[in-house]
Design a protein around this ligand. Structure first.
Ligand code: AMP
Ligand code: ZN
Length: 470
């Protein structure tokens, strides 16, 4: 079975064949670093991380190049820097570091390249100058604008008419624009704003120019996959595409366009402007990153995902169930690690992902593997237990899940002294229960509770975990 991906441009699923299977390229629009990312911003990160892992699985780790940019020049950054009375670099360094820390906690692999816009300003100036030379852009009052009339295919990606686009983009109808849909490639900076030299005066680039330039500079054209959230289709991706094709005389830019659906809360898109944001940076203090990752993958990436407290709880329970089976297996046959030998159950998980990243189906594939492991544990067949354990861990690796030792999942926050104490209390409790001494068993359970420990009785005996840190 081959990988099929829904291509926004074709408006259907298409078999994915890279231009060069020794160098598969993917670019995803990254964060504007002026504040903490919210959990909606984390959805594309986790979704495209699964795709990155799947591509590495299919084509080999060294044959996939993934770039995600950092927007470190932007009006919102300027505003924040002015508010704090610091240089923009202070703001962008601070929030980029937080972003990487949070996305690491969600189990996202670092992209191969993370180009910063401010490192490519000269290249952007060069691209814009080229557009002016070939009639795709014009200068007006210190600005450079892209001439949307000059792009024959403008609107092809978003499927919008020019009228829709003007309304949708809420573009400023500035007097110097030839057409209201024309967008800014370069704009002048006010005295206190960051500035770079250009043939049109000191200023800064528009957002869309960033990605087109960095895609070309970092990955080379055409790229195999261009990704981002569905809100980026228009105007951002439409404009990236227009200027890149115009700069390269219609040459292909991206072979597949992938867009994730929104993460919603109470039926509304989570967004900073609506003020309904949940910030992983805070949430991670009480919820493990792996739980958030599971929750983000619980819906297929193009579908809306409703973010609720109960989704977090279900995700935690799902991981408890899988790690619980792995913990019991570890007692019998030790811990496993992902291996090249994969059983049929692992293939089911891969197949689900090959079908346009059907992560809900892949997650239920993990449950099927953990049920198989439970069956082997019940049968007490050590060879079967080890094989089922390896399958579960191997399938989990493709999704970036269940890779830590089960003991760490359950007891990560406990120090050695506490662990010994808990284990001793559990032995006493088991003895009390065996002797039907219920008052003692209850007293021990309360003692464990006071230590911040939750006891989980399972088919292979009791396991325990630390209550979450609040
Ligand atoms: P921004 O910082 O707003 O440019 O967003 C960064 C990335 O997060 C983009 O790919 C957006 O499309 C995506 N994004 C923003 N809000 C949401 C949301 N509520 N659900 C899913 N993706 C989102
Ligand atoms: Zn972009």
């Amino acid at each position: 079975m081959t990988l099929k991906l829904y291509d926004t441009m074709a408006r259907k699923k298409r078999p994915f064949v890279p231009a060069n299977d020794k160098r598969v390229t993917m670019y995803v629009c990254g964060p504007t670093v002026y504040g903490y990312a919210h959990i909606g911003n984390a959805r594309p990160v986790v979704v495209f991380d699964v795709l990155f892992r799947l591509l590495r699985h299919l084509y080999g780790e060294d044959h996939v190049v993934y770039a995600r940019n950092v927007t470190d020049v932007d009006d919102k950054i300027n505003l924040k820097a002015a508010e704090e009375g610091v240089e923009i670099g202070v703001i962008t360094d601070r929030y980029l570091a937080a972003y990487l820390e949070d996305m690491d906690a969600l189990g996202a692999l670092r992209p191969t390249h993370q180009p910063k816009a401010t490192d490519y300003i000269a290249e952007m100036v060069e691209m814009i100058a080229g557009l002016i030379r070939n009639g795709g852009a014009y200068e007006a009052e210190g600005h450079v604008l892209f001439d949307t009339q000059a792009a024959s295919n403008y609107g092809a990606l978003s499927g919008r008419s020019l009228d829709d686009m003007i309304a949708g983009a809420r573009v400023e109808v500035a007097p110097y624009k030839r057409n209201p849909a024309d967008f800014v490639l370069w704009k002048p900076s006010k005295p206190h704003e960051p500035r770079w030299p250009s043939p049109w005066g000191d200023g800064r680039p528009g957002w869309h120019s960033e990605c087109s330039t960095m895609i070309e500079q970092v990955l080379g054209l055409p790229i195999d996959i261009h990704g981002g959230g569905i809100d980026l289709v228009f105007p951002h991706h439409e404009n990236e595409l227009a200027q890149a094709s115009c700069a390269h005389h219609g040459a292909e830019f991206a072979r597949f366009w992938l867009h994730n659906g929104f993460l919603d809360m109470d039926g509304e898109k989570m967004s900073k402007s609506l003020g309904n944001v949940i910030i992983p940076h805070d949430l991670l203090k009480r919820v493990p990153g792996e739980v958030l990752r599971w929750a983000l993958l619980s819906a297929q990436y193009r579908q809306p995902l409703d973010w609720t407290e109960s989704l977090i709880e279900q995700s935690r329970k799902a991981l408890d169930r899988l790690y619980g089976a792995l913990q019991d297996a570890a007692r019998e046959v030790g811990t496993g690690r992902p291996g090249p030998e994969a059983g049929e159950g692992v293939e089911q998980v891969t197949y689900a992902l090959l079908d346009d990243l059907n992560t809900p189906k892949a997650l239920s594939g993990l449950f099927a593997l953990s049920d198989a492991l439970r069956a082997a544990l019940t049968a007490g067949d050590k060879t079967a237990i080890a094989a089922a354990r390896d399958d579960l861990v191997t399938a989990g690796a493709i999704l970036g899940l269940i890779q830590k030792p089960a003991a760490e999942w359950f007891q990560g926050a406990a120090d050695e002294g506490l662990k010994e104490k808990v284990e001793a209390l559990l032995v006493q409790r088991a003895e009390a229960r065996a002797a039907k001494d219920w008052p003692s068993a209850d007293r021990i359970r309360t003692e464990l509770d006071d230590l911040g420990v939750v006891v989980m009785d399972g088919p292979q005996g009791a396991t325990w975990r630390m209550k979450e840190a609040v």
